[in-house]
Design a protein around this ligand. Structure first.
Ligand SMILES: NC(=O)c1ccc[n+]([C@@H]2O[C@H](COP(=O)([O-])OP(=O)(O)OC[C@H]3O[C@@H](n4cnc5c(N)ncnc54)[C@H](OP(=O)(O)O)[C@@H]3O)[C@@H](O)[C@H]2O)c1
Length: 250
């Protein structure tokens, strides 16, 4: 028997109503798509990136509360940014960064130090500066490449991918009751992927459509949906979530 008072499952409260989400790297790709998704779920967004013009366009797109243009790998800039936030925030998603490819033995020391260190140190600096500004139960969320078997030219990417889950699990102990989590992504169809693959991007998409069990390419909206789930499910902390459509072909 059906009751007239049964709730319609499509009629639900937005999941992030009244919350504020900071996206560091929010002017493109996964960050921008997540900003759109959290806005649709009722949150305000604060966006950052390095280039002012794409950031301005992204801010218009999602009606951002505010923006800030700075290099996230500059620890002084991270400190200034969080110190300048006017209100407590609920979640921080860090998508800033790009993979550094090249043979380990042929990469100069300074470049290797950046390739191996930037993403790990960025996570620590964000945690250090954000933790007192995030409401208990909120999450610091980071992203990395999923762990893949060794191939020549991806040594630093795969080393950092192996280290990040341990770093985030340890950080989560220190940031509690603020949560810390990691998304480990396979190929995601974003402007970054297009710029890295150039003329090969269509071939890559076709290969993934043909080989992934899901029969389609994973897009930024898929990652955005996972990010919102991690923000709203307060049981999740210290964890790494793989999203790749079961990618078995490198
Ligand atoms: N796409 C994939 O297949 C894939 C797979 C695994 C992991 N990931 C990781 O996911 C993240 C997002 O990737 P995406 O594909 O969405 O890239 P994207 O489209 O290039 O977007 C990256 C965003 O981060 C900003 N950004 C980059 N470096 C920054 C820095 N040093 N300081 C501040 N902002 C910075 C960019 O703006 P500005 O350039 O203006 O700074 C942009 O807003 C990256 O860390 C990437 O390595 C991507």
């Amino acid at each position: 028997m059906t009751s007239a008072t049964t709730a319609d499952p499509t009629q639900r409260e937005p999941e992030l109503l009244g919350q504020t989400v900071v996206v560091i790297g929010g002017s493109s790709g996964i960050g921008l798509e997540t900003a759109r998704r959290v806005r649709a779920e009722g949150a305000d967004v604060i966006l950052t990136g390095r280039k002012p013009e794409p950031l301005r366009r992204a801010a218009l797109d999602v009606e951002a509360l505010s923006t800030a243009a700075f290099d996230a790998n500059d620890p002084a800039a991270i400190e200034r940014f969080f110190a300048g936030l006017p209100t407590p925030i609920d979640h921080v998603f860090v998508t800033a960064g790009s993979p550094e490819y090249g043979r380990l033995l042929e990469t100069k020391f300074d470049d290797l130090r950046d390739a191996l260190g930037d993403r790990l140190l960025l996570a620590i600096e964000v945690a250090r500066n954000a933790v007192d500004r995030v409401r208990p139960g909120g999450t610091l969320l980071f992203i990395s490449a999923e762990l893949s078997h060794p191939t020549v030219g991806t040594g630093s990417v795969s080393t950092v991918a192996a280290a990040l889950p341990a770093l985030i699990a340890n950080l989560a102990l220190e940031t509690a009751p603020v949560r810390a989590n990691l998304i480990a992504a396979g190929f995601i169809d974003t402007p970054l992927s297009a710029s890295l693959l150039r003329d090969d991007i269509e071939r890559r998409r076709d290969q993934l459509r043909a080989t992934l069990p899901i029969g389609r390419v994973v897009g930024p909206a898929d990652v955005a949906a996972l990010a919102v789930h991690i923000m709203t499910n307060t049981a999740l902390t210290g964890a790494t979530f793989t999203i790749d459509g079961q990618q078995l072909v490198e």
